[in-house]
Design a protein around this ligand. Structure first.
Ligand code: CP3
Length: 344
C-alpha cells in the first residue's frame, strides 16, 4: 500500500525530506484520556494488548490526536518472554512482574522458541487491523525489546534500579546467560519477521537497560545479539535504541541498521561525528523538558533541531513520555518540529 506520508521511511534511508519527521516513544496510551477510557473499561493492560481491534484503536489515537508522522503498534516488549513460556503480569501503578524467573539450567529448559505465528497471533492481527485502518496515512512501526533488556526482566522478574540479579548471572554463569540470550535472539528474529509480514513499515529495537552494563559487557552480552538481529532483517529500515550506551556508540557504527536512537544524555555533535552520514539519528529531547511552558518547549526543540541539522534526523524524545505530561505540551513539541523548516 502506498503511504501518503513516508517522511520517516525516507529519513531513515537517508533520502531528502521536506521537513524533519516526528513521533514519540510511548505515544500510545499513558498521556491520553482517550486511551485511559478504553483501558479502564478492561480487566487490565494485558487484555488491551491481547485484543487486536482495541490495540489497533489505541495505536491510531496518537495519529488522530497528536498528528505524529508514524504510529507504533500498541503492545509490549514483554510479550516475547510470555510466548517463550515465562508469563508476565502488569501490576497497576507498579509495572511488570514475572512470578517465575530464570536462575538455573533447569529453568532454561522450560523456555522454548515458540511457534510465533500461533503464540503471538494477537499482535499480528492488531498490525493487520491497524494497517487497514491507517489506510496509508502514516507508516506503522513494529518493535521488540533487545535480547539483553528481555534477559533483564526474565532473570530479575521485575523492574529494578540496579538490575543486580540480572548482572549477577552474567558474572556467575556466562554460559547460561549466552544460552538464554541465544533463545531470546532467535525468537525475536522470528517475531520481527512476522510483524513485517503482517505489515509494519519499519522496526525499532529497544535496549532500555543497555546503560547498566559496562562497555565490555555490553559488547559481549548486548550488542552481539542486536547485531545478529540487524543482520537477519533486511526487509524494512531498523532503528536501534540502546539507552545509556554512549560508550558503545562508535561500535554501533558497524551495525546493519539505518537509524540510531539517542537518549537525552547523549551529545548530538559527538554522535554526528561518529556516524557522519552513514546513519540517521533519532531523538533526543529530555522528556522532562515537556513539563516546561510552551515558549521553553519551542526554544529547546529549535535548539535540538539546529544541532541535528536538516537531514538524517527523526525527531523524538530521549526516552518515552511520562504519564503525567500534558498532551498540550506534547502537541507543542510536535508543532515546533513541523514549523521548524518553515522558519529556517
Ligand atoms: O506507544 C508506544 O510506545 C507503544 C507501546 C509500548 C508499550 N510498551 C506500552 C505500554 C512500547 C513500545 C513499550 C515498550 C516497553 N515496555 C519497553 C521499552 C521502552 C522503554 O520505555 O524503555 C519496556 C522497558 C517495557 C516494559 C514495561 N511495560 C514497563 C516497565 C511498564 C510499566 C511502567 C510504564 O512504563 O508504564 C510497562 C507498561 C506499559 N507498556 C504501559 C504502556 C502504555 C503502561 C501500562 C498501562 O496502561 O497500565
Amino acid at each position: 500500500m502506498n503511504l501518503s506520508n513516508d517522511l520517516i521511511i525516507k529519513a531513515a534511508k537517508g533520502q531528502k525530506v521536506e521537513r524533519t519527521p516526528v513521533w514519540l516513544m510511548r505515544q500510545a496510551g499513558r498521556i491520553l484520556p482517550e486511551y485511559r477510557k478504553i483501558r479502564n473499561s478492561l480487566s487490565g493492560f494485558k487484555e488491551l494488548v491481547e485484543t487486536p481491534h482495541l490495540a489497533a484503536e489505541v495505536t491510531i489515537q496518537p495519529v488522530d490526536i497528536l498528528d505524529v508522522d508514524a504510529a507504533i503498534i500498541f503492545s509490549d516488549i514483554l510479550v516475547v518472554p510470555d510466548a517463550m513460556g515465562l508469563s508476565y503480569e502488569m501490576i497497576e501503578k507498579k509495572g511488570p512482574l514475572f512470578r517465575n524467573t530464570i536462575q538455573k539450567e533447569k529453568d532454561l529448559n522450560s523456555i522454548k522458541i515458540p511457534d510465533i505465528e500461533d503464540n503471538l497471533s494477537y499482535v499480528f492481527d492488531a498490525i493487520k487491523i491497524t494497517k487497514k485502518e491507517l489506510n496509508g496515512r502514516v507508516p506503522l512501526i513494529g518493535f521488540a525489546g533487545a535480547p539483553w533488556t528481555i534477559f533483564s526482566y526474565m532473570t530479575e522478574g521485575q523492574g529494578s534500579k540496579t538490575f543486580s540479579k540480572a548482572k549477577k548471572l552474567l558474572y556467575q554463569n556466562p554460559k547460561l546467560s549466552h544460552d538464554l540470550l541465544n533463545k531470546i535472539t532467535e525468537t525475536t528474529i522470528l517475531y520481527l519477521k512476522c510483524q513485517i509480514k503482517s505489515g509494519v513499515d519499519m522496526v525499532q529495537i529497544f535496549d532500555s537497560w543497555a546503560g547498566i552494563l559496562n562497555k565490555e559487557q555490553y559488547l559481549e552480552f548486548g550488542m552481539k545479539y542486536v547485531k545478529r538481529i540487524c543482520n537477519a532483517i533486511d526487509e524494512v529500515p531498523i532503528t536501534v535504541f540502546s539507552k545509556g550506551a554512549y560508550f558503545a556508540l562508535s561500535d554501533m557504527a558497524n551495525l546493519n541498521c539505518n537509524t540510531i536512537g539517542l537518549d537525552w544524555n547523549m551529545d548530538i555533535e559527538n554522535a554526528k561525528n561518529i556516524f557522519g552520514n552513514t546513519k540517521t539519528l533519532q531523538g533526543n529531547l529530555d522528556p522532562c523538558a515537556l513539563y516546561s511552558d510552551f515558549k521553553t518547549i519551542e526554544d529547546k526543540t529549535n535548539l535540538m533541531l539546529n544541532k541535528f541539522g536538516n537531514s538524517r534526523h527523526i525527531a523524538n524524545l530521549g526516552h518515552g513520555l511520562y504519564p503525567d505530561i500534558n498532551p498540550d505540551n506534547v502537541k507543542c513539541f510536535i508543532n515546533a518540529v513541523k514549523a521548524y523548516h518553515k522558519n529556517n
